[in-house]
Design a protein around this ligand. Structure first.
Ligand code: AMP
Length: 400
């Protein structure tokens, strides 16, 4: 038995899963919400197929949230552990590892200090991740912990992909560069698709399209990420659910000048009010709503979807050029795994690569499926991501 607790701490939330590494089975999962506000805990015993239960309870901080999570996991009626001794390790999702962390690491005081040091680069995320680590140190001090970074997989990018065309001093003094995010997902999918094809990652040029509410694309050449669409922040690259994606920096200067916005307001506009939500005139960030609206004749929804689809196709073209070819393209995350119409529309742009969509296979949702026709020169897959399992795997490899 080797049970790993996977933790993903946000500023007011904490998602958790317990995975039994013998057979990679999820035993339990859940979510603490509204930490520091009031609090609720949703818990599901997956192992015994018990119904999901949501309880309101005070969660003043992450420490209390971890304590309540542990109570649920060891509860005599609904728990999956007899005691916390049955936990072998904890894997923490850490959003930003800066340039310091190129792979997952065992957590010690030095690592905590280093995560703190790069917190400036992810002020909304890293402090919450650290709160999760500190809470575990207080509640389960003797269990080994591993930090798995969203940025680490992209650290193999060469300078030509990560440097911005701004004065060098901003890189030298402030470490402003492309970092990329969703690395755990890009890493997992690129490795898993190679395994699925009976090949090694080193044999393939792969483009992973992680299309969820947050969306990013990466070019993975022979197992190493050589470019990715997100940048210094998670706003760059594709137009997303509510984030703007690539934008002429002059646009914000112009709007701020006209409307006298401060930096906080402009950040809110670009992060929370833009993307397909903004393009559709505030209709929705959810692709199901947008497709419904488009089919009933809503022009703004049509343009919003077209912009998204066109952007993905453009990045696939760019990354094919960057790698001088591509063998496999994977669609993953909420939209990538479920949205048949968006996938089909993207694939229509890819005829020049010898790609044809198998429209029957493309009806699939959330299962590993080849959706290009057998004669396609490049294989296209729906390939579900599993960030929790990826974190558990990294943790297992280090702790074992
Ligand atoms: P994620 O951030 O990976 O959870 O993805 C969430 C997004 O996936 C939602 O906002 C939807 O736009 C999209 N999505 C989920 N299910 C479907 C579906 N059946 N059809 C189209 N889009 C979907």
């Amino acid at each position: 038995m080797f049970n790993i607790l996977v933790l993903n701490c946000g500023s007011s939330s904490l998602k958790f899963q317990v995975i039994d590494m013998d057979g990679r089975k999820v035993l339990a999962k859940g979510l603490c919400e509204r930490i520091g506000i009031d609090g609720s805990l949703t818990y599901e015993n997956v192992r015994d197929g018990l119904a999901k239960v949501k309880t309101d309870l005070p969660l003043p901080d992450h420490k209390e949230a971890i304590k309540m999570t542990m109570n649920s996991l060891t509860d005599p009626a609904k728990g999956v552990l007899k005691s916390l001794d049955e936990l072998s390790a904890v894997g923490h999702r850490i959003v930003h590892g800066g340039e310091k962390f190129t792979k997952s690491v065992m957590i010690n005081d030095e690592v905590i200090a280093a995560i703190q040091e790069v917190s400036e680069l992810a002020p909304l995320h890293n402090p919450a991740n650290l709160a999760g680590i500190e809470a575990c140190k207080a509640q389960i001090p003797n269990i080994p912990m591993v930090a798995v970074f969203d940025t680490a997989f992209h650290q193999t990018m060469p300078p030509r992909a990560y440097m911005y065309g701004i004065p060098l001093k901003y890189y030298n003094e402030m470490r402003i560069r492309r970092y990329g995010f969703h690395g755990t997902s890009h890493s997992y999918v690129s490795k898993a698709v190679a395994e699925h094809l009976g090949k090694k990652p080193e044999d393939l040029k792969t483009i992973v399209c992680h299309l969820g509410n947050g969306a990013s694309i990466s070019a993975v050449e022979y197992g190493k990420c050589i470019d990715t669409s997100m940048g210094f922040t998670t706003m760059a690259g594709l137009v997303m659910g509510t984030r703007c994606g690539d934008l002429d920096p002059g646009v914000m200067n112009y709007i701020m000048g006209k409307e006298h916005f401060d930096i906080n307001r402009s950040s809110d506009i670009l992060n929370k009010e833009s993307g397909v939500l903004g393009l559709s005139g505030g209709l929705s960030s959810d692709f199901r709503d947008l497709w419904d609206a488009r089919l009933s004749g809503n022009h703004d929804a049509e343009v919003a979807l077209d912009v998204f689809i066109y952007n993905v196709a453009k990045y696939i073209g760019a990354y094919t050029a960057a790698m001088n070819g591509v063998d496999v393209i994977c669609f993953t995350a909420g939209i990538g795994e479920n949205d048949t119409r968006t996938r089909f529309a993207i694939m229509k742009y890819l005829g020049y690569l010898g790609i044809t969509c198998d429209e029957t296979a493309n009806q699939v949702r959330g299962e590993i499926t080849e959706i290009s026709t057998k004669d396609s020169k490049v294989k296209v897959f729906v390939f579900p991501t599993n960030e929790e399992l990826a974190i558990a795997n990294e943790t297992y490899d280090l702790v074992k």
